[in-house]
Design a protein around this ligand. Structure first.
Ligand code: IPM
Ligand code: MN
Length: 369
């Protein structure tokens, strides 16, 4: 039996509850597909600050480096807002991204038909929208030096090297080939040298991918186009800060931040986490929506463990449970059935075991000829 080792970082707020739900789903998938997943849990974010005084310890970083993939719940909360900049939970996240070399952040925003009414945009605008934001995650203004502030001024630096732009462009083109074969490179080349450079390097890499359609867009226009007509986009590739902003916009097209998974990939490591935050106001109340965390597990099955059928089983279970009208509080509307975090988990488990029954049956039939 294949066996994989994961580091699990439940984090703060609703993190532990949604992680529990997602791990139950992963356990079931493991049984169905005859793969063993074992977990090593560690403190990360605010809970690590409380215990160790830092958002991430060297020991936790080491664990993450030694595992086949990292699953992260959510970090942060008002309790730690007054910490100095480098001791905030967010600083732990940036450190983890940097140390693991997670340069490619994939944030899919796909509309579930059952949730068409949940968006603040008209159903006709968002129906069939399926956008993948590929955000550069370990460079740009988030990490550039020098940075700092004194009493009279504050400064940050935006730098991109050729290597950094080339590899993220490749990620985007490769992904597009598996989707609708279109990439939009988003930048601000009318103002910034770093963006002119970005544009040119992406065009250069595109020569290796001439079968993929490439277009360019200034970031201000892209923000507007995303809410005007999201269907025009397939893959968007952009720098760290622009990707941070555009992925929140694209998330809202789907109506619920609570639904969206993400993957952060590097050459050697990978981390999967929901896009949403820690929702401290509902933490511990069994109300949180576990679907983004469960979706993140599905992305992990697909990207790290090359188990597309297992991933599809989980995604299908999510759509079907939504089609049946079950909703956690964040996405509930009239005429839907309200369920708790564990209730939603059980529904997904039930759907996945239905499916695995079918899969097992199909395999059996193929043996029997
Ligand atoms: C995100 C978050 C982080 C970011 C914060 C928490 C550091 O907003 O993952 O999008 O800005 O990258
Ligand atoms: Mn963000």
């Amino acid at each position: 039996m294949k066996s994989y080792h994961l580091t699990v970082l439940p984090g703060d707020g609703i993190g532990p509850e949604i992680m529990d739900a997602a791990l139950s789903v992963l356990d079931l998938v493991g049984q169905d597909f005859n793969v063993q997943f074992d977990y090593d849990e560690a403190l990360f974010g605010g809970c690590s600050i409380d215990k160790h005084g830092v958002p991430v310890t060297d020991e936790t970083l080491k664990k993450c480096k030694q595992s086949d993939a990292v699953l992260l719940g959510a970090v942060g909360g008002p309790k730690w807002d007054d910490q100095p900049h480098d001791k905030k939970p967010e600083a732990g996240l940036l450190k983890l991204r940097e140390v693991l070399g997670l340069y490619a952040n994939l944030r899919p925003a796909k509309i579930y038909n059952a949730l068409l009414d949940a968006s603040s945009l008209r159903p006709s605008v968002i129906r069939k929208a399926d956008v993948m934001v590929v955000r550069e995650l370990t460079g740009g203004i988030y990490f550039g030096q020098p940075r700092g502030m004194d009493e009279d001024k504050a400064w940050n630096t935006l730098t991109y090297s050729k290597h950094e732009v080339e590899r993220i462009a490749r990620t985007a083109f490769e992904l597009a080939r598996k989707r609708d074969n279109r990439v939009t490179s988003v930048h601000k080349a009318n103002v910034l040298e770093s963006s002119q450079f970005w544009r040119d390097v992406v065009e250069e890499v595109h020569k290796e991918y001439s079968d993929v359609f490439l277009n360019e867009m200034y970031v201000d226009n892209a923000a507007m186009q995303l809410v005007r007509d999201p269907k025009q986009f397939d893959v968007i590739v952009t720098q760290n800060l622009f990707g941070d902003i555009l992925s929140d916009i694209s998330a809202m097209i789907t109506g619920s931040l609570g639904m969206l998974p993400s993957a952060s990939l590097g050459e050697k490591h990978a981390m999967y986490e929901p896009v949403h935050g820690t929702a401290p106001e509902i933490a511990g109340k069994n109300k949180a929506n576990p679907l983004a965390m469960i979706g993140s597990v599905a992305m992990m099955l697909d990207y790290t463990f090359d188990m597309p059928e297992a991933a599809a089983m989980v995604y299908d279970a999510i759509s079907e449970v939504l089609e049946l009208g079950f909703r956690t509080e964040d996405i509930a509307t009239r005429n839907t059935s309200l369920v708790s975090t564990t209730g939603m988990r059980d529904l997904i488990l039930e759907k996945c075991s239905d499916k695995s029954g079918t899969i097992i049956e199909m395999v059996r039939m193929s043996y029997e000829g």
